[in-house]
Design a protein around this ligand. Structure first.
Ligand SMILES: Cc1cc2nc3c(=O)[nH]c(=O)nc-3n(C[C@H](O)[C@H](O)[C@H](O)COP(=O)(O)OP(=O)(O)OC[C@H]3O[C@@H](n4cnc5c(N)ncnc54)[C@H](O)[C@@H]3O)c2cc1C
Length: 447
């Protein structure tokens, strides 16, 4: 039980959230004093610049990735695969973020699994669906770039699993039914891999029987009948741990970006166990800190209607990446757009993962109780282009700054209330995570 389809209906969501809003960032100036109002950073109040004499670089890499979840891991792997050295900076003590505790679904088309099961699908059909189910409010360029890579990214994850774990991530089998398993839930462990769940297809003139199955559920461990998020993240973890080119530091939180006199991002200031550290990024910084479902000050500022909500998302996802980018002039979009859950749910994971991935709210048996009135994924955040570059309030890329996942506001969700179906978050995070990693490694010149 307790999967994405148990969530609040999109109709009531729309009713509760109102219209989308464009919100300009507080400061468009680079290198001036910021007003970030950071809740958990003890860093200085000023925006750090290259000329700041107090900056001594503690580490250096081509690409510095902030956040070791879906978008960050995908970015790191792709950057390293294209020749970059990578430093992952993670706030928590363990990797995975929300992704390693998700339901285990990833969306994509066309995929090898679909092909093996005789499902006729295409990137064009996925693009059309994104535009349809967002009532055309999704940025077309973003939807196109997403749709073109979503299918190959499912195959990519499966190939990583084969290569680094020695077994596939997905079972070649249809799920039991599009409407879910008997207890109302959905997962690859008991239901096979492929289905079409999560979206209110009927609202868009598509019956559930006609909906193209493009949600892929990772296979859970044999003794676990529950959510397979950890198994979905495992191939990424195994791959990263096998790479000499990727280093990860934990319990270290991005606080601010460091910029040079041209406004290019050249590194980060972070808060580690032993105080403030500075990491130099020769080719770029990736923001992948998972949005602000746990960020009270961000909710107060941008989405007051969600103030009373709890969250089942990663407790370290407090909007740090968004805040750091705001201080260097990044634009914001759709800030009070999120997925609300109004019915109580229960998630169950294989307990063996409690020492491997973050286990917020989990009991000793791997159960996570999700109370009603839950602010799940935040959809509002930084504006990016189809190359995952963060844009300033004038629509120009901020040099060497990239973003994907829940830190992104220009995504595939359109205005509040839209949801393309189960697995869309991880596949969106992968899409622009990999695009960013490749672009930084291949195209950015060293600063
Ligand atoms: C219970 C549950 C079920 C879900 N089911 C699904 C599903 O089946 N399919 C699907 O597609 N999506 C699902 N989701 C949503 C999905 O997991 C997220 O949308 C996705 O992981 C977002 O990716 P991300 O990279 O933006 O953030 P995350 O994966 O959360 O990664 C963000 C990382 O950044 C770290 N971080 C935060 N602040 C800082 C900082 N200042 N410095 C450094 N690091 C920082 C966090 O600790 C975290 O590790 C589910 C989520 C939950 C919680």
């Amino acid at each position: 039980m307790g999967k994405e389809e148990g969530r609040l209906t999109r109709r009531s969501f729309i009713k509760g959230t109102g219209a989308a809003a464009f919100i300009a960032a507080g400061s468009a100036l680079v290198g001036c004093s910021s007003a970030t109002g950071s809740s958990d950073s003890s860093a200085s109040a000023n925006q750090p610049t290259e000329s700041d004499p107090s900056i001594t670089w503690d580490k250096e890499a081509d690409v510095v990735v902030c956040g070791y979840g879906a978008a960050g891991a995908a970015c790191a792997i792709e950057a390293a695969a294209n020749g970059a050295s990578v430093l992952i900076v993670e706030k928590a003590a363990l990797p995975g973020g929300s992704m390693a505790r998700c339901g285990g679904a990833i969306m994509g088309a066309p995929t090898k699994i679909q092909q093996a099961l005789g499902i006729d699908d295409s990137a064009d059909a996925l693009f059309d669906w994104i535009m349809t189910c967002t009532d055309g409010t999704c940025n077309e360029e973003i939807a196109r770039a997403y749709a073109d890579v979503a299918g190959p990214n499912v195959d990519w994850l499966d190939a990583l699993a084969e290569e680094y774990l020695g077994y596939p991530c997905f079972e070649v089998a249809m799920a039991e039914a599009n409407s879910g398993t008997e207890d109302g839930g959905h997962n690859g462990a008991v239901g096979g891999c492929l289905d079409a769940t999560g979206c209110e297809y009927e609202k868009f003139g598509v019956s559930l029987d006609e909906a193209v199955p493009r949600t892929h559920w990772a296979s859970a461990m044999p003794d676990n009948t529950a959510n397979s998020g950890p198994e979905l993240f495992d191939p990424l973890l195994a791959c990263i741990e096998a790479q000499d080119a990727i280093e990860a530091v934990f319990e270290t939180a991005l606080a601010k970006l460091v910029v040079n006199s041209e406004g290019a991002v050249i590194g980060i200031e972070a808060e580690g166990k032993d105080g403030t550290v500075f990491y130099k990024a020769n080719k770029g910084v990736m923001l992948a800190t998972g949005g602000f479902p746990a960020g009270l000050d961000m909710q107060e500022r941008f989405c007051q209607e969600a103030l009373g909500y709890s969250t089942y998302m990663c407790k370290d996802c407090t909007g740090d990446g968004i805040r750091a980018a705001m201080a260097v002039g990044a634009d914001l979009y759709n800030m009070c757009n999120y997925y609300p859950i109004e019915v109580a749910q229960q998630y169950h994971y294989n307990v063996q993962y409690n020492d491997v991935y973050n286990s917020w709210d989990m009991d000793g048996e791997g159960y996570m109780e999700v109370p009603a009135m839950n602010m799940a994924e935040t959809h509002g955040g930084l504006v990016i282009n189809a190359e995952a570059q963060v844009l300033d309030v004038w629509g120009n890329p901020i040099p060497h700054l990239y973003c994907s996942g829940c830190d992104t506001g220009s995504n595939i969700f359109g205005v509040p209330g839209n949801y393309p179906g189960c697995g869309c978050y991880v596949s969106f995070s992968f899409a622009f995570g990999r695009i960013a990693g490749k672009r930084m490694a291949e195209k950015e010149t060293v600063v």
